[in-house]
Structure formats: C-alpha cells, structure tokens
Design a protein around this ligand. Structure first.
Ligand code: NAD
Length: 493
C-alpha cells in the first residue's frame, strides 16, 4: 500500500543521545508496536536519573561555550542542519509515519513544517538585531539578547519531527543548549534528528535526546541548571509541568490540548466547506491539536451535513488516512462514541464498523465517525477526543455559535466558513482562540506568524514559534551607558 510505510525487517532501537554520543543505556527497555499492525517495531531505553544528570552537566558545559559562538556561526551550523534534513526528508517522513501511524504524505508535510521553523531560526540573525537609542543627553540604552543556558523540550506523540522542531532551532540559534525529552510513544524519529545535528557539526552536548516518561520529565524540570521548559502535550500534563517549572522559578511555556470549533455559516461555499471540514477532522486520523472537533452549523448551514457525511464516508483507511497511535486510543475513542450515543447523539457515520486495511488487521484503526444532533453539554462536544470523530451541534445564530466556542475550556483554533467578509471579520474579532481560520479547517499559521493558543491550550505567555519563540528562548539584557559627564545634563542624565 503506497501511503503506508514498510515496517523494518530488524527491530528499531531508540537510545539516549548524551554529550554528543549514543549512550549504551542503563535504564529499563520498553517495546513499541506499530500503529499500522500492532506488531513490535522496536525498543527504547529509558534514561535513568544518572543519565539525566550526565546529560544536563554536558548540556551546561556546552552552553557556556555555545553562547559565545557568534550568532552568524551558530546560524551556519543550523543551515547545515537544514540541508541535511532536506537530504533526509524521505527518511524522516518514513520514520515519522511508521512510528505514529500517519500516511507518508502527512509525515512529509510535518517534516517540512519543522524545516520551516528552522528556516525562521536561521533568519533571526538578520531580523532581531537588538536596539539602541540615545535616551537622554549622553546616555544610551541598548538591549541585546542573551542565551538562558540549558533549556528543555518535552514533546507529544502526534508530531515526532515537527513539534521538537518548533523548539530546537530557535533555542539553539539563541545560544542555548537543548535537551529533548522525546515522547515515549514515538522515540525513533528524534534519534534521526540527533544524528543530523551531529553530522552538521553541532558541538557535543548542545543537543541531547533523552527517552522516558514522567520520571525523566520530573528530573529535568527540577534540575537547578535547567532554565527554561517548553512543553507540548495534553492539558492536564501541560498544567502540571507549568506549575512545577514556574514553582521552581523557571521559565515555562506549556501548550495543551484542544477542542476546535468549525463554525459554518449558511452562505459558506459548499466545496471549500466540505473539503475544509472533512480534511480537518480526518487528517492525521484526527490526532492533531488543530483538528476540527466540533462543527457548529448556523441555521440553514445544516444542509451541508449530508455532503460532509458522504465525503467523510469515502475516506479509505490506509490510503487517505492512517492509524491511531495505540490500542488505548482505539479503546478510549470507541467508548467515547458509545457514550455519545447513550447521551442522545445520532451516529450518522460509524467508523468502528469499517474493517482495517487488508494486511493491517492487528493495527489501531478507526474510520471517520460523525456524531449528529449533539448538544453542547455532551462529553463529545466538550472534551478533547483526539481521533477522527466530528461532533455536530446545530445553532440558530452566529452569536450562539460564538458563545459555544467561548464556553470551551480550550482555545487553540476556531474557524469560520462563510462567503461574507463582514461575518469573517466579526468571528476573527470575537472568537477567543489563539488561531483563527477563515475558510480554512486547520488554521496553522506559517512562519513567521507564530503558533500558540489560549485558555487551557496554553499555560504561560507568548507563542512557541516565530517572534514568541525568540522571546521565550532568550533574555533581553538592557545596558545603559554614559561615557562622559554632560555639561547640559538634565534630571535623567
Ligand atoms: P501527553 O500529555 O500524554 O504527553 C506529552 C509528553 O509528556 C510526553 O513526552 C510524555 O512522555 C510526557 N508525560 C506524559 N505524562 C506525564 C506526566 N504525568 N508528567 C510529566 N510528563 C508526562 O500527550 P500526548 O498524548 O503525547 O499528545 C497528545 C496531546 O498533545 C493532545 O492533548 C494534543 O492536543 C496535545 N498537543 C497539543 C499541541 C499544541 O500545540 N497545543 C500540539 C500537539 C499535541
């Protein structure tokens, strides 16, 4: 099957990349299975507490010299990383698809988005030059950006290449060292990133990869040499990581889960709407924090529902759509669908009935599912399900739709489908999410426009990429200078 990746003949191995070398690994070994087949894909060796200590000490030592490397030289190495990532695009895409169950096309797009952030990072040398101004007679104020030291990124399973790449390039170009705690569900692709960084000439210790779960996260956050923590994952963990890190006086930016509303106005273009809604909730098997989760039809826009159901029903498992990450996700989603029915929802499309693709029977497959006649109080209308499940709520007015969106605990994305500039503008102004789509189902901003939500989709301030990333991964140092006593000095001199 062309859109799925061949599984490797030999078991894959994910270890810890510490101080510029692959550690033999002394922690527990865990198996990972393929989302496509349920068969063993390989093993990962968790980092021990002593691995964390060695990694942080190496990162600290390298940060002291890396911060003194001129930004143009740091950028030159990152440009080489970019070239190698482009060379290895297919390798990375196949690795990503294989371990998190995507199609190759989806995985390729994810790697390219990661490269885009890297390209942004390589432009910082020209875009953020600091600044200085004569603020009073003979007195100059200047700001310059400085590295923080050892920084840490903790990433989720759904984008093994892209989410790490939201953080690594900007943190590195600002002169920090960076320790990635990869998701224990997708440990293999980050190892390729480590090999690429080493091949590009990144000094040992500047970039490290640690494998593991909560214990490794806790050890990293609480380490006194760690100055900043970037996190992307579910809201409960994001909240807890944010509380722990900031409680210890560290800088933290923790992106959480989502429940994105797609509002469809009666005047929406049918083709754009049907394609926008269906590709949003089925892409990456719905395992995207920007995926459509609730479609809110305003008045006569409910006439689009049969066409959306029909288009979603044509999605072929294993060709247009990949698999869920693991058996637990399949069980969780199947139960949530059953509960939606019990709560009074109508199952207008039941993906549980669709068989897995031939040859992939042991994998974790769920075809697109649509729950109609939902009320805002239902679990499927409120909680993040994180799978290819669309809940449809019908309302009479645009303001009712916006009120529904406003009541959500999450604030990643809100989209409006309409032909009216006035309606689009009104939604863009009124909606409380961090990212707004106008006739776009997955409104991920391209760089340099930054990525970040609001409410429980983000704990902390600022965005994780773009200008927000520069701000997060650096300190602004302010320098006020006077070289000579001024005859005409005033009270501020
Ligand atoms: P998760 O919260 O289970 O795990 C994220 C990371 O935290 C992993 O590295 C994991 O090992 C670690 N972790 C898990 N439990 C922990 C604990 N108790 N203490 C400390 N660390 C812990 O998330 P996931 O299932 O891997 O990813 C899916 C979630 O991520 C969804 O909620 C999705 O919306 C969210 N997500 C958000 C964004 C965004 O930009 N807002 C992007 C991608 C994914």
């Amino acid at each position: 099957m062309k859109t799925l990746v061949e599984l490797p003949a030999a078991r894959l191995e994910a270890r810890n990349f510490i101080g510029g070398a692959w550690s033999p690994g002394s922690g527990a070994t865990h198996e990972r299975v393929s989302p496509y087949t349920g068969k063993v894909l390989g093993d990962l060796t968790y980092a021990t507490q002593s691995d964390v200590e060695i990694a942080i000490q190496a990162a600290h030592a390298s940060a002291l010299s890396w911060r003194r490397v001129p930004i143009k030289e740091r950028t030159a190495i990152l440009l080489q990383v970019r070239n190698l990532l482009c060379r290895d695009l297919e390798l990375l895409a196949h690795s990503t698809a294989r371990e998190c169950g995507k199609t190759v096309a989806e995985a390729r797009a994810e790697v390219l988005k990661g490269i885009e952030v890297l390209e942004f990072a390589t432009s910082v040398q020209n875009a953020d030059l600091g600044g200085s101004l004569e603020v009073s007679r003979g007195v100059t104020c200047e700001y310059r950006r400085e590295a923080l030291g050892v920084t840490v990124g903790i990433t989720p399973f759904n984008f093994p290449a892209m989410v790490p790449m939201w953080m690594i390039p900007i943190a590195l170009v600002m002169g920090n060292s960076f320790v990635l705690k990869a998701s224990d569900k997708v440990p293999f692709t980050p190892c390729i990133l480590a090999d690429v960084c080493a091949e590009a000439g990144l000094p040992a210790g500047v970039f490290s990869v640690l494998q593991g779960g909560k214990e490794v996260v806790d050890a990293l956050i609480s380490h006194p040499l760690v100055k900043a923590v970037g996190f992307v994952g579910s809201s409960p963990v994001a909240r807890s990581v944010y509380a722990s890190a900031t409680g210890l006086g560290k800088r933290a930016l923790c992106l959480g889960g989502a429940k994105n509303h797609l509002i469809v106005a009666p005047d929406a273009d049918p083709t754009v709407t049907i394609d926008g809604v269906v590709s949003s909730f089925t892409g990456c098997a719905g395992q995207r924090c920007m995926a459509a989760s609730v479609m809110v039809t305003v008045g006569e826009a409910e006439r689009f529902i049969p066409q959306i159901v029909e288009a979603a029903g044509r999605i072929r498992l294993g060709e247009d759509m990949g698999a869920l990450i693991d058996a637990a996700a399949l069980t969780r989603l199947s139960s949530a669908i059953a509960r939606a029915q019990q709560e009074g929802g109508t199952l207008v499309l039941d993906g549980r009935k669709v068989p897995p693709p031939a040859g992939y029977e042991g994998g974790f497959w769920l075809a697109p599912t649509i729950i109609g006649d939902a009320t805002p109080a239902m679990e499927c209308a409120q909680c993040e399900l994180f799978g290819p499940v669309l809940t449809i709520v019908k309302v009479r007015t645009l303001d009712e739709a916006l009120a529904l969106d406003a009541r959500s605990q999450f604030g990643n994305a809100t989209s409006i489908f309409t032909s009216s500039g006035g309606v689009a503008r009104y939604v863009a102004e009124q909606a409380g999410s961090g990212m707004i789509g106008i006739n776009i189902g997955v409104p991920v901003p391209r760089e340099p426009f930054s990525f970040g939500g609001t409410k429980q989709s983000r704990f902390g301030h600022g965005d994780i990429t773009g200008a927000g990333g520069i701000e997060f991964w650096s300190n602004r140092k302010k320098i006020t200078t006077k070289w000579a006593e001024q005859a005409d000095k005033n009270w501020m001199s």
